[in-house]
Design a binder for this molecule. Structure first.
Ligand code: ZN
Length: 263
């Protein structure tokens, strides 16, 4: 009995703590100049300082139309990379705003762990711009879910926040609860490509209540970072098994070693 009372009580405590934190943040914002989220130098406004901005590496064409990874040289329109042909992903197309490097890593870190949730609109704008062709054909956005234990510890899911920001720009709705992480996977950092694939094997599932939001729909998976692609691959497989018509992938920052052309 005592346990059920305390569980019912916790969301209210959390909301009160969140509200108190928001008030404190608003007060600090008045007192302190905003800092560049990457180098922590004072900046005007909310974004990156000019030096960090100039170092940010946006991903633009020419890239593999399937994987969204830049080519070293332009092979002409519509060409796929060797990687996409030899080992095609479960998803249809992937797009990312920037390369995962020193600057974007600092941005993601500030957003994810450093309480810089105010970066969401900026990251959402850049990511939405990179995925505008995908968004034009999409029925809904699906954030990559965290296991409940990790979202409990972190208090929020950064992919869901990013998806909400992309939705605000594009008008494509976010589908919450369509995909569940049923296995608490180990951190992917430091694992090889095959270890990462094994790590997420069976980790994602479309629950019974999520099936109507998935079947026959064109979905865009949203995540903050893509390294090996094992996580979005696992998610895409689960969505396609549940009858999704199409699954694309939209990422803020991705590891993007240049790929070779198929010709
Ligand atoms: Zn900076």
């Amino acid at each position: 009995m005592a346990a059920s009372v305390s569980i019912a009580f916790l969301p209210r405590v959390k909301r009160a703590a969140d509200a108190a934190r928001a008030v404190l943040r608003a007060t600090l914002d008045l007192a302190l100049p905003p800092l560049c989220p990457a180098c922590r130098e004072p900046v005007e406004g909310r974004g990156l300082c000019p030096a960090c901005w100039s170092k940010l590496s946006f991903i633009t064409r020419p890239y593999c139309e399937r994987l969204g990874i830049p080519f070293v040289y332009d092979p002409g329109p519509g060409i796929l990379s060797m990687e996409a042909i030899a080992d095609p992903p479960a998803y249809n197309r992937a797009r990312a705003a920037v390369r995962f490097d020193e600057i974007s890593r600092a941005l993601v870190h500030a957003f994810k762990y450093g309480d810089r949730l105010d970066l969401a609109p900026m990251l959402g704008r850049w990511t939405g711009h990179a995925g505008r062709e995908l968004l034009a054909e999409a029925d809904a956005l699906v954030p990559v879910p965290l296991h409940w234990r990790r979202s409990w510890a972190r208090r929020f899911n950064q992919s869901a926040l990013l998806a909400t920001a992309i939705s605000a720009e594009s008008g494509v709705p976010v589908t919450a609860g369509a995909l569940k992480r049923v296995k608490a996977t180990a951190q992917q950092v430091g694992l090889s490509r095959s270890e990462r694939a094994a790590n997420v094997q069976g980790a994602f599932r479309v629950p019974e209540v999520g099936k109507s939001a998935v079947a026959g729909r064109r979905l865009v998976l949203v995540d903050d970072v893509l390294t090996s692609g094992a996580t979005v691959e696992g998610c895409a497989r689960a969505l396609l098994r549940a009858g999704a018509q199409n699954v694309d992938v939209l990422i803020f920052a991705r590891v993007a070693d240049p790929v070779r052309t198929s010709i």
